[in-house]
Ligand binder design. Structure first.
Ligand code: ARG
Length: 566
């Protein structure tokens, strides 16, 4: 409807040459109506009262008399209490749907990103620790943002900035040397690593020298100690192969790069050198820092007392490397909001180093997660492991299928994609910045506005299409309210994906999915499709086809699988 709105806006602006109204901007003043009885869209004329120096009611009356009859696409215009309500003709709407239909699965895509590269740093777990729901947010939000950009033609580089370096490895090495059992680690993998890691924490509470030892071991690693590096490498492989890759596989997520923190250890010297040369580095208590007082921030530590690098040092090196390697137009970092200051500092330091592109670095934060109202903590054991969550979700769906549809084929596959889809959908339902209180029962609730409901609706649209077979050409028919409403919602898809991308906000798509599913299901229940007369059937089948394409793309964007049969 955008092009129709623009045409109307151009006519309005031509009616008031002195006011020099910008047609594009005028277009944005049109609102959706709360009810189709009030038209398809409306213009609240009080928004123009000031510039046109007239009352809303008079403006509305004048515009109605001038515009009515002037555009074939409009059936009529009503002027009510200063509102101008536009009723679009059925013929125009039908042509509009035909145009969506002819684009097939390309409907909603755009070319905003042509020739542009986006780096998306997401998931990036600390691999010495288990993969838990604290990382579900960054993993599924990041994946969805990546898909939103891909949908607009961007070249996307998904980067898993693995936390595979740092003092936590010093701790693990101390734990291993003191209490580790090679064979046990070989058989139990990451679980055994997690156990000795926790043991380290418990013991360090009583014996603070353990922390010093951990720092020493880490410092040895940084200086190239072969024994420690060999242990580190072994632990890294166990963690990645054991749990992480499996979770990504279940989620259907792939990264273009797994260059984690350790990838930058030979690139931090250059950072330190440049900071020194530019006079940005200062000593403070034996550490080397960049002061950020002028920007109301605490200093950014670059080297610790013992000369080892920290998280921030490696992030500065990483940004430089990514710019050089990918020449990105934008590089975003998806982490919880607790890291906002860290990224502000890193981006500022890069600016001080003369990298003007630092305004193309964007931190995309999301809310904190708690479990049943309690802070998530690996140490106390208040965690939910992603693998357990996915397994449980899958088992539940599997039980439901056994009960309702025991003869279904591919039971395992459907159970997996619906179970995991429920968890993803739940995470992406609320705005990303909202804190999430994880309640096991809610995440696995399949009733109401959930992932399974959306996937089920998708399968329903597929099944109608399969049964419908070939239809007649679509010809002019009168549309009923359910059809009109569905068309209205389908027509919003391109705006919704654009808005979601610009705000880095997958929940905009999730909410849209629910709106579309509710509307489609209403249409499905109220309007016979297969039994309708040929002309009506052709239109309704076309609506099912566009719904299938739109819903299919929307589900893909939020990272859900799309089984055609459930
Ligand atoms: N490993 C970090 C964590 O688990 C997240 C890393 C985010 N990316 C980055 N470039 N700093 O909190």
């Amino acid at each position: 409807m955008q092009s129709l709105k623009l045409k109307i806006a151009e006519k309005i602006s031509a009616l008031y040459p002195d006011a020099a109204l910008d047609a594009q901007k005028l277009c944005e003043l049109f609102d959706a109506t709360p009810d189709l009885k009030l038209g398809d869209f409306t213009l609240a004329c009080f928004k123009l009262a000031k510039v046109l120096r007239n009352s809303p009611q008079r403006i509305a009356d004048f515009l109605k008399s001038e515009l009515e009859g002037g555009l074939d696409a409009l059936e009529r215009i009503e002027s009510v209490n200063g509102y101008l309500n536009f009723f679009v003709s059925d013929a125009y709407k039908l042509n509009f749907v035909k145009a969506m239909d002819s684009l097939g699965a390309d409907y909603g895509k755009n070319t905003d990103g042509e020739g542009k590269t986006m780096c998306i740093d997401y998931s990036s777990p600390n691999i010495a620790k288990p993969f838990h729901i604290g990382h579900l947010g960054t993993t599924v939000i990041g994946n969805s943002i990546k898909r939103l950009f891909q949908f607009s033609g961007y070249n996307c580089v998904g980067i898993n900035h693995l936390g595979d370096w740092g003092t936590q490895f010093g701790k693990l090495i101390v734990a291993y040397k003191l209490w580790g059992d090679k064979e046990k680690i070989k058989t139990d993998g990451i679980n055994e690593l997690a156990r000795i890691y926790k043991l380290f924490y418990d013991k360090a509470l009583e014996d603070p020298t353990l922390d010093e030892k951990a720092l020493e071991e880490f410092s040895k690693m940084e200086k190239g100690d072969e024994e420690n590096l060999a242990i580190w490498k072994w632990f890294k492989e166990i963690s990645l192969d054991g749990k992480f890759m499996n979770v990504y596989k279940l989620l259907g997520i792939e990264f273009e790069s797994y260059a984690g923190e350790s990838f930058y250890i030979d690139k931090t010297d250059a950072v330190v050198k440049e900071l020194e040369e530019k006079g940005l580095l200062e000593e403070s208590d034996g550490a080397m820092i960049v002061r950020l007082d002028d920007y109301n921030m605490p200093p950014c530590i670059v080297l610790k007392k013992d000369g080892s690098t920290i998280y921030a040092t490696r992030d500065i090196a990483a940004a430089l490397y990514r710019k050089q390697t990918y020449d990105f137009d934008e590089c975003i970092y998806v982490t919880d909001a607790g890291q906002s200051l860290h990224f502000k500092q890193v981006f500022k330091v890069l600016g001080l180093m003369g990298r003007e592109w630092n305004d193309k670095l964007v931190h995309v934060p999301y809310g904190k997660i708690s479990i049943n109202g309690q802070k998530l903590a690996t140490r106390t054991g208040n965690v939910v492991l992603l693998e357990d969550l996915f397994r449980d979700a899958t088992d539940r769906v599997r039980r439901i299928i056994e009960e309702k549809n025991p003869d279904r084929e591919n039971k395992d596959e459907v159970a997996r994609s619906v179970g995991i889809g429920a968890v993803i959908f739940n995470q992406l339902s609320a705005s990303r910045i909202k804190d999430v209180n994880f309640v096991w029962e809610d995440a696995l609730n399949f009733d109401g506005n959930t992932g399974p409901y959306a996937q089920y609706t998708y399968a329903r649209s597929c099944s109608v299409l399969e049964k419908a077979g070939d239809c007649k050409e679509v010809s002019a028919v009168a549309l009923n309210d359910d059809e009109k409403e569905l068309i209205g919602i389908l027509s919003k898809f391109p705006q919704k994906v654009r808005a979601a991308r610009l705000d880095y906000e997958p929940s905009t798509v999730t909410r849209y999915i629910l709106e579309l599913c509710q509307c489609f299901n209403r249409f499905y229940h109220n309007c016979p499709i297969l039994k309708a007369d040929d002309a009506t059937k052709a239109v309704r089948v076309m609506l099912c086809r566009v719904t299938k394409n739109v819903l299919g793309n929307a589900l893909w964007i939020i990272g859900l699988e799309r089984p055609e049969k459930i």
